[in-house]
Design a protein around this ligand. Structure first.
Ligand code: F6P
Length: 548
């Protein structure tokens, strides 16, 4: 029997006590005491290295965190996911995004069927179609090669493809251009369409449900744009759909032949590994798409088989829990030092915050502990010149994940060496800090007067002892990217398992959608309702007065 009441959890209590004694311990002292600390707390998987030594823990804490994981039956829960148990309990669904990247000869049974049969068929269809588009065998209606691919989708049907197309830009086929329309704001569609030629444009309508208002509205706008230029008959040569919903796809006017399918056992934010990745396969070639799957699969195997003590996603998750639930730090930052990974933080925001931003546990109780943290981030070094001030001198620490490739895709001059020195310096600075007396002596050395030294020394000091992980890759190619994304997926899974929440639904996005449906006719002047609060009513009025 699981014990989800923390007051009855031995490991939880132990960790609470350990935190009381440990909260003042300086990481730099731990490094002083143990010369092997870095080595001891570094893990490797192929060309990926995780150094988690700059975190506020010792062996005893780590041991208690593993106890907590075992107390919460993490290993059984992990196996349940891989073994197609219906762990998405509110929607009664299995969670099998890992099957999308499993070798084709795997046997993954769901309801008496091996899901690999359908998965391999769709992947083969993707391979053929992406090759045909890339090499001009599938042409536009007027016989021209398709050179601009527009992915129309939102959330999981946008963020993954967009992030990965950018991350692998270096591998993009010459003359092939990717575009993304996600926002209902017409500006998004306008800005994308204004420079495109309908004859050479392919639209991919990506929507798991095929009911999402943003995607369907954008798709209708694009369809009209195409028909206005080339006529109704052009649609089948310029529109394909990625969905689980065949009926809605054909209702929309896309031939199911032009549809790439996925299934309800793949969550939207976990869907980039199958049909939703079509634009990636077109952009960088199916071979690279396959490498992405292989990298992710290696991480799946690692997650499935490595003991908890050497398990990269498990350790990252447990450290996150340590800060979130025992230090009361409910945020973390992900900072890729790689311009090509600039969209990674937004992608991870959906992955983490839509999965674990929950308040009711799997047994139907409101939880009495913190669950998913706020995630934010941006590409280094840019963010060093924006929010890093708070990371270094703010009143509370923010755990950071630094991600960096040792080799850049674009080795120009000394750029990459400067970038590398920056990422390493940031994690060192966060940990080491600078005492008030160190700041004072630096000021004196710089020739400042004693008055100035006195005045400035505190402003120039840094508390330090601020934790970070460093994920170092040799190079971030498709394989490495697959490892990286799967790592975060499993990290999120582990935390959800420990918090006993369902990481695979997203009911929190519904209320806003519902209310928007009520407000729309009011803004359109079709109906008027008094059933809003005073603020909403007066804002509706004001909006309407501006639009008169
Ligand atoms: O509103 C949230 C959400 O359901 C996400 O979970 C999902 O990724 C996104 O909307 C898009 O959904 P769909 O792919 O069904 O259009």
């Amino acid at each position: 029997m699981f014990c989800f009441n923390n007051s009855q959890s031995k490991a939880w209590k132990k960790l609470q006590n350990l935190q009381k004694h440990f909260k003042k311990t300086e990481m730099s002292e731990l490094f002083e005491k143990d010369k092997d600390r870095a080595k001891k707390y570094t893990l490797e998987l192929s060309d990926l290295t995780l150094d988690y030594s700059k975190n506020r823990f010792d062996d005893e804490i780590l041991k208690a965190l593993f106890e907590l994981a075992r107390e919460r039956n993490l290993e059984e829960k992990r196996d349940d996911m891989f073994n197609a148990k219906r762990i998405n309990t509110t929607e009664h669904r299995a969670v099998l995004h890992t099957a999308l990247r499993a070798p084709s000869d795997s046997k993954i049974m769901l309801d008496g069927q091996n899901v690999m049969k359908d998965i391999t068929a769709v992947l083969a269809k993707m391979k053929k179609f992406s090759d045909d588009v890339r090499y001009g065998n599938f042409k536009g209606y007027t016989g021209k090669k398709l050179t601009d691919i527009v992915n129309i989708g939102i959330g999981g049907s946008d963020l993954g493809p967009k992030m990965i197309c950018e991350a692998l830009k270096k591998y993009q086929m010459k003359g092939m251009h990717c575009h993304f329309i996600s926002n209902i704001d017409g500006t998004n569609a306008y800005e994308v369409l204004k420079d495109l030629n309908p004859e050479t444009t392919l639209f991919i309508v990506a929507s798991k449900t095929f009911t999402t208002i943003e995607t369907l509205t954008n798709a209708k706008t694009c369809r009209k744009w195409l028909i206005d230029a080339l006529g109704e008959h052009a649609v089948s040569k310029h529109f394909v759909a990625l969905s689980t919903n065949k009926e809605k796809v054909s209702e929309f006017g896309i031939d199911p032949e032009n549809m790439f399918e996925f299934w309800d056992f793949v969550g939207g934010r976990y869907s980039v590994w199958g049909a939703i990745g079509l634009i990636i396969a077109i952009s960088v070639g199916y071979e690279n798409f396959e490498k992405l799957l292989k990298g992710a699969h290696e991480m799946d195997e690692h997650f499935k088989t490595a003991p908890l003590e050497q398990n990269i996603p498990v350790i990252m998750a447990l450290l996150g829990i340590w800060y979130n639930n025992f230090f009361d730090i409910h945020r973390y930052a992900v900072i890729p030092y790689d311009e090509y990974l600039q969209y990674l933080p937004s992608y991870l925001q959906q992955l983490d915050m839509e999965s674990n931003g929950k308040s009711v546990d799997k047994d139907g109780h409101f939880v009495k502990y913190a669950t998913g943290p706020v995630l934010f981030g941006g590409a280094g070094t840019n963010v060093q010149h924006s929010f890093f001030q708070l990371l270094h001198q703010g009143t509370e620490f923010v755990p950071v994940d630094f991600i960096v490739p040792a080799i850049s895709h674009n080795e120009i001059g000394a750029h990459h060496e400067i970038l590398l020195s920056n990422v390493l310096a940031q994690s060192e600075a966060l940990m080491r800090g600078k005492t008030v007396s160190e700041a004072a002596s630096e000021l004196r050395k710089a020739g400042k007067s004693e008055d100035e030294v006195e005045f400035l020394k505190k402003y120039k000091s840094f508390t330090g002892n601020r934790p970070s992980n460093t994920l170092l890759f040799k190079k971030i190619d498709a394989y490495a990217l697959g490892q990286l994304i799967a790592l975060y997926e499993h990290k999120v899974f582990v935390q959800g398992a420990i918090w006993n929440i369902n990481s695979f639904d997203q009911m929190g996005v519904e209320l806003g959608k519902q209310l928007a449906t009520n407000i729309l006719p009011e803004i359109q002047g079709k109906s008027f309702s008094q059933s809003h609060d005073g603020s909403t009513l007066s804002l509706i009025k004001k909006v309407k007065s501006f639009r008169k």
